[in-house]
Design a protein around this ligand. Sequence first.
Ligand code: 5GP
Ligand code: ZN
Length: 125
Amino acid sequence: MAGGRADDEEAAVADCLFCGIVAKEIPATVVGETDLTLAFRDINPQAPTHVLVTTKAHHEDVGSLASADAEALAALLRECRRVAEADGIGDAYRVVFNTGAGAGQSVFHVHAHVLGGRGLGWPPG
Ligand code: 5GP
Ligand code: ZN
């Protein structure tokens, strides 16, 4: 039916930058891929290691993902650790999920920022 939930979802995916990266239509420096996740370096890194870990399926944010697919959420978090270890920062890294525009989320396809390789202040800005 026109204008239904499935149509909204299709429109979100069609417009989504990270769905484009997952589909390999938009280039990215991929550092890891599993059945459920894709990890790639942030185009505007804020630390020596700044990797984004996404789910291949489109979910708007981490809370939506947690409600919809606990297995994919766990896979995403496991991949964060693997990425950090692969970059040699497994003992000191930060995982950030900006949620909502007011908190700095600019791409509305769930992604963890894995940050490290420099001192990380607390509290975060
Ligand atoms: P958010 O602001 O939603 O938490 O994070 C989005 C991140 O995506 C930002 O850190 C931004 O630098 C990154 N980003 C935006 N466009 C691209 C792109 O085309 N390629 C890659 N690799 N990263 C992107
Ligand atoms: Zn998407």
